[in-house]
Design a protein around this ligand. Structure first.
Ligand code: ZN
Ligand code: ZN
Ligand code: FE
Length: 762
């Protein structure tokens, strides 16, 4: 007999509920090995025995052919003495209460299921809930672990004989696929109009399609919540949706049946195509082609379109091409303006009935609310903007081991983050913590993550701002649970998030260009144009944008013209009526504003980079009032003339970045009637060159030559590309975000890393 070998293998990672055991079973059989495989509460355990070469072959296949949704994080292989196995078996699970199991995110329908969906001979032909171990809902239906059908919202549905046979057959694609279902035993769709059920099953889908074709607005229950859909080429439909949703300008996401359709409306690079067709199915911001049938109202004054491909079987049935049927649908989250996305049926009917003409719903409950993820591709690499469905709750590897930490994040675009071992569980997008509903999903989300990943926080990190709801939650919990809490300056958290996103391990200082809208500073001013030098443990605020008043607080955010006038007042420039920001306000408003500035009424000081961009956009006459955050800056970015090389000077005075001369030059340009695209480009060039000069100054002073770019302003692609180019040309190493958002969605991740480093060493 050939020489025999037996090994014991432990695998950790995403290996449950993703078809891993059947895969092991199959490759063990193929290699004529004996032994067993079983799930443990932290992964999968295997013992195999056979000839040396067959065992080797098994190990190679284990690594190279693992099922698509699985992810192997750790693998240990140990030789053991030969056992007494006659065959290969799948053993029952072994649970250890302290272990945890990464849970797979919800995943787009796989090619096998898609083929069955449209194959007339298949039992699940046109069944909107077809799924298998390689695809379908996961995180949004899981109520508890171990991940088994009774702990999911599929518990309501008793499997039929046919489904059970597949579910129990180790060689079947649906072996232990918890959401497995068929038309006989699984969830069904219903079409509802005016509160009454009009149709179900295939007829429901056909009626929904009819509505979309007729220019009506349809509410659709998806995987993580409701969408509102309409024909993206019908201006009346899109206009009605905007009016009813009370969302006047913020762009809508779009969905098309295939990549080929998307290509008719936007240009795609190779990496964008890959992201678009990836199983995570995020919304990708793509460069829009001009003169297409998509109405301007979908994304007013923008040069990008947010496209995604269908990710559920129901989406495929809704978007299936047909004559005179819309090939691009608006697919925006089901909510009114800034409320969280609706996911509960009763709640959806109540909240969406004033928006939607009809509903396409189903009876599979959603346990966790989950928005679509949004991504941009920058230099052919992923640049996360909103990390949610398809990505959360996948763990992110940290550059160093950490204790169990809870970090509660920022106020806007909130996410929270839990850590254990060397993992960070960055939550899905929670939203703006400004209303009770969002606060509730924040608190429930934290509880759910702690339960699923068996994390009991030993320490908490939160923002410095005492009035953020996330901060209050953190402080209260720390007090009741008697655990240490660390308050962290917002821009320091941005810096740390970018460092850790790039696996930066040490505390060697890095230059942080932390540019965003708002974050409370240690001097109680509102920071946002910050040049920090530091690491996880400490930082120095080396430069910041010169302070100017923020007259009226939130009012100054809503009205860029107020910011422009604040800057002019602060720098003693006249409010000349020929300047668009001045004439944009009536005499009474200007007088009131002047009094407010002079008497310092509700006018905190700010170094915000976001407001700096707003002021410039208003001075150029681009926009004086915004309806969503960043709108003025985004519209200015779009207008940039790519061939314009000029700039306006910004001087470095001690620790201040003083734009006095920039305003002087810009005002001259405005009064001279310089075309807006030239001014917009000059302004962007100025910020990029200023960024380069501060970095060069710091390199001369302290020898630091690594720069991290973090904060919401870096969603500006023009500024980002110009700055990266300049820094690299000058010999800097540049760290930019990839898997963690550069905006406040990344704050909790940074807070967790800082908490780990600071409190661990205290
Ligand atoms: Zn599948
Ligand atoms: Zn069935
Ligand atoms: Fe921020």
């Amino acid at each position: 007999m050939l020489q025999s070998r037996a090994v014991h293998i432990i695998i950790k990672g995403v290996v449950q509920g993703v078809g891993f055991r059947p895969f092991i079973f199959a490759i063990a059989k193929n290699n004529q090995l004996t032994g067993w495989v079983r799930n443990t509460s932290s992964g999968v355990e295997i013992e195999i025995q056979g000839s040396q070469s067959q065992v080797d072959q098994f190990i190679i296949q284990l690594r190279s052919e693992a099922p698509p949704l699985s992810r192997i994080d750790f693998i240990t292989i140990e030789n053991i003495t030969l056992g007494n196995f006659s065959e290969f078996t799948i053993q029952s699970s072994l649970a250890n209460p302290n272990d945890f199991q990464p849970i797979s995110p919800d995943t787009s329908i796989c090619p096998d299921c898609l083929q069955e969906l449209f194959s007339e001979k298949d039992k699940r032909y046109r069944y909107p809930f077809i799924n298998c171990t390689n695809c379908g809902p996961r995180f949004t239906i899981i109520k508890d672990i171990p991940y088994d059908r009774p702990s999911t919202t599929m518990v309501e549905f008793e499997m039929c004989e046919f489904c059970r046979r597949e579910y129990t057959d180790p060689l079947n694609r649906r072996f232990h696929a918890q959401p497995v279902a068929c038309p006989n035993c699984g969830p069904q769709v219903q079409y509802i109009k005016n509160g009454a059920v009009i149709a179900d099953k295939e007829l429901a889908i056909q009626m929904a399609r009819q509505d979309l074709q007729n220019g009506l607005i349809l509410a659709i229950k998806g995987i993580g919540g409701y969408h509102l859909a309409c024909d993206a080429t019908n201006p009346l439909a899109v206009g009605a949706l905007r009016a009813r949703k009370k969302r006047s300008d913020k762009p809508f996401a779009l969905m098309s049946f295939s990549y080929e359709t998307v290509e008719k409306y936007s240009s795609l690079s190779l990496s964008e195509k890959e992201l678009l067709t990836s199983r995570e199915r995020p919304v990708i911001l793509l460069n829009r082609l001009s003169e297409t049938a998509i109405c301007d109202q979908v994304a007013p004054r923008q040069n990008t379109l947010g496209f995604m491909l269908p990710y559920t079987p129901l989406h495929y049935l809704l978007l299936e091409p047909a004559d005179h049927y819309p090939e691009v649908l608006v697919m925006t989250s089901g909510n009114i303006s800034d409320e969280p996305i609706a996911y509960d049926d009763a709640e959806a009917f109540q909240r969406l009935s004033t928006i939607a003409d009809s509903f396409l719903i189903h009876n599979r409950a959603i346990h966790m609310r989950m928005d679509d993820s949004v991504i941009r591709s920058i230099d052919e690499r992923l640049y996360m903007i909103r990390r949610s469905r398809g990505y959360a709750p996948n763990s992110l590897a940290l550059p160093f081991p950490v204790p169990n930490i809870l970090a509660t994040g920022a106020e806007l675009k909130n996410t929270f983050c839990l850590t254990r071992d060397q993992y960070a569980f960055l939550s899905h997008h929670i939203g703006d913590l400004e209303n009770l509903e969002t606060l509730q999903s924040f608190e429930e989300g934290i509880q759910h993550f702690e339960k699923l990943f068996r994390i009991k926080p030993e320490m908490i990190g939160c923002d410095l701002h005492p009035n953020y709801l996330a901060t209050r939650y953190a402080l209260e919990r720390a007090q009741t649970e008697h655990i240490p809490v660390l308050t962290i300056q917002h821009h320091h958290a941005h810096l740390a998030a970018c460092m850790a996103d790039n696996q930066w391990e040490t505390d060697d200082p890095v230059i942080g260009l932390c540019y965003d809208g708002t974050g409370l500073g240690t001097d109680q001013a509102i920071w946002g144009g910050e040049v920090l030098v530091g690491g996880y443990q400490k930082y120095q605020r080396r430069f910041h944008l010169k302070y100017t008043p923020l007259p009226g607080g939130d009012l100054a955010i809503k009205y860029p013209s107020r910011m422009a006038l604040s800057y002019l007042w602060n720098d003693q420039y006249d409010w000349d009526l020929e300047i668009p920001s001045v004439s944009a306000q009536c005499y009474e408003d200007r007088t009131a504003l002047k009094i407010q500035l002079e008497r310092k009424i509700n006018s905190p000081l700010t170094s915000s980079m976001g407001r700096f961009f707003d002021a410039a956009a208003s001075l150029m006459g681009i926009r004086h009032k915004v309806t969503y955050e960043g709108q003025a800056a985004i519209e200015m970015e779009v207008l940039c003339d790519p061939n314009e090389m000029g700039e306006y000077p910004i001087s470095l005075v001690e620790d201040e970045l003083d734009p006095h001369e920039l305003w002087q030059n810009l005002i001259q340009d405005v009064l001279r009637g310089t075309p807006i695209p030239k001014m917009a480009s000059r302004f962007h060039n100025s910020v990029a060159f200023m960024s380069l000069s501060v970095c060069e100054k710091i390199r001369n002073e302290q020898g630091v030559s690594i720069v991290a770019l973090s904060g919401g302003v870096w969603q500006n692609k023009v500024l980002l590309s110009k700055t990266i180019k300049l820094l690299k040309f000058s010999g800097f190493q540049v760290l930019v975000h990839h898997n963690v958002p550069t905006n406040d969605g990344g704050i909790s991740f940074g807070q967790a890393c800082i908490t780990a480093r600071v409190l661990k060493n205290s």
